[in-house]
Design a protein around this ligand. Structure first.
Ligand code: NAD
Length: 442
């Protein structure tokens, strides 16, 4: 397995922005909903901070013979509803506060999707672009040696994340099994199918978005076969979102991608609808779509963020954080009725306020893209039982989970006349608070 070619673009790092603290933002979001739910003081204190945090040194002998010490983290925000779940990021600007925020968001995501898992996140301060495959393997094995007794299928289950892949997870699993002396495929998710991964995981996040969209469109009395969408991105999430939406009869007029050669973004527009397969055929291994070939196939290729400005019913940001902001939110056409957040944090709170005033329904990331973690939970269940399901079975169960999660949130939003993201947070936080109370923690 090629480690470097599988690295995610290390762009998703809110802490890079000057003065921005993701954990402070996560706590502010929590406090606002805690007020609405009238949560008591001990419950607030418990939930606005992680239950446990680990920070440790990982000494590695580098390829040139020198020793280097890397810093690793694991934050377990809350495990009242089940073992913690969350990725391990490799990033040169990783901070404890970013990991804390991401762990807290994982708690809410697992709770809103109603899977029996809590929230965790891990990281190592390092830049895999400057590390050999062997050095990365040593970091993975060093990470797990420091924390083996505090993670595991019944405690905390890591997964790939920014700049880590299935290969990193297998090194971690292998070292864990050596330490523990047994087979524990349920330690980790995101494994290749041949080594205990789940069928359907590749499609899960994008398909999960479409299961929710299908139900929301019905609620809005919009026929999916007459609906149009424009997407930001053409990576894993955007690809499978477009694929299933088109299979259901919808039209995707535009996708976009980062162009590795020109160092800028291009949008690819076709009024009668894009064809996912034909675009995949002209996309290189870095995810860049060939502009000349696309033009030959009838696409209008434009630099910049045109994906946002098309006359469509649905916008799906599925690439980056902070894509819809106060600077560009007014470029969105009045015909747009739904913004479905595929990426993490693509709409800033200020932009969401403006969209809300205009009557646009914003489906928040931690509900919309929870299909990925739901399928990771399915992987864990299968691995723990050593019994594997068919792809149809996985996707059928995923559809049920996503549909249920959406309706619980939608019904509350309608009943209380609140926005969808507030309803999603209220459900997630009250479920976790209730679990803490039932256990006698507060
Ligand atoms: P990916 O690396 O497969 O794809 C990212 C896409 O974004 C690529 O097409 C890239 O060209 C494009 N892109 C990068 N910079 C861009 C820019 N400035 N403008 C337009 N497009 C740009 O990543 P992915 O797995 O599809 O993840 C996308 C987002 O969804 C991320 O925020 C990720 O955290 C989130 N997410 C992913 C999953 C999952 O299961 N893959 C689950 C939950 C959330």
């Amino acid at each position: 397995m090629q480690v470097k070619s599988e690295l995610k673009q290390g762009k998703v790092n809110p802490s890079k922005e000057a003065g921005f603290n993701a954990f402070k933002m996560a706590q502010q979001q929590f406090d606002r909903i805690a007020d609405k739910l009238n949560l008591d003081e001990p419950t607030r204190e418990l939930l606005r901070n992680p239950l446990r945090e680990y920070s440790f040194a990982i000494p590695i002998r580098m390829d040139d013979g020198t020793m280097k010490v890397f810093r690793g983290f694991r934050v377990q925000h809350n495990d009242a509803r089940g073992p913690c779940k969350g990725g391990i990021r490799f990033h040169p600007q990783e901070t404890a506060d970013t990991v804390r925020a991401l762990a807290m968001w994982m708690t809410w995501k697992c709770a809103v999707a109603d899977i029996p898992l809590g929230g965790g996140k891990g990281g190592v301060i390092c830049d895999p672009h400057n590390l050999s495959e062997r050095e990365q393997e040593k970091i993975c094995r060093g990470w797990v040696r420091q924390i083996a007794r505090d993670i595991g299928p019944t405690r905390d289950v890591p997964a790939p994340d920014v700049m880590t892949s299935g290969q990193h997870m297998l090194w971690i699993m292998d070292e864990y099994q050596t330490i523990m002396g047994g087979q524990y495929p349920g330690l980790i998710t995101g494994k290749p199918v041949e080594l205990g991964g789940s069928r359907g995981r590749t499609e899960a996040t994008g398909y999960g978005l479409v299961y929710i969209l299908r139900e929301l469109l019905k609620e809005q009395k919009i026929e999916i076969t007459k609906s149009t969408a424009s997407l930001q991105g053409f990576g894993n999430v955007a690809h499978y979102t477009a694929e299933l939406f088109i299979e259901y009869g919808g039209t995707v007029v535009s996708v976009s991608c980062w162009d590795q050669n020109d160092n800028c973004t291009y949008s690819y527009y076709k009024q009668k609808g894009i064809d996912v397969k034909e675009l995949v055929n002209i996309t290189d291994r870095f995810g860049t779509i060939d502009k000349k070939q696309a033009e030959k196939l009838g696409y209008k290729v434009t630099p910049g963020d045109d994906w946002l400005t098309h006359e469509v019913d649905i916008l799906i940001p599925a690439a980056l954080e902070h894509s819809i902001t106060v600077e560009n939110v007014n470029d969105i056409k009045p015909c747009v009725k739904i913004v479905l957040c595929g990426a993490n944090g693509p709409v800033t709170p200020e932009a969401e306020d403006i969209l809300d005033k205009k009557g646009v329904i914003v489906v928040p990331d931690f509900l919309a893209n929870s299909g990925g973690v739901v399928c990771s939970y399915f992987e864990q269940v299968q691995s723990n039982q050593n019994y594997y399901w068919t792809k149809e079975e996985v996707l059928g169960k995923l559809d049920n989970k996503m549909t249920d999660a959406f309706f619980k949130v939608w019904e509350l939003a309608k009943r209380k006349k609140i926005r969808v993201s507030d309803a999603a947070y209220m459900i997630a936080i009250s479920r976790v608070a209730e679990a803490c109370k039932m256990r006698g923690w507060v």
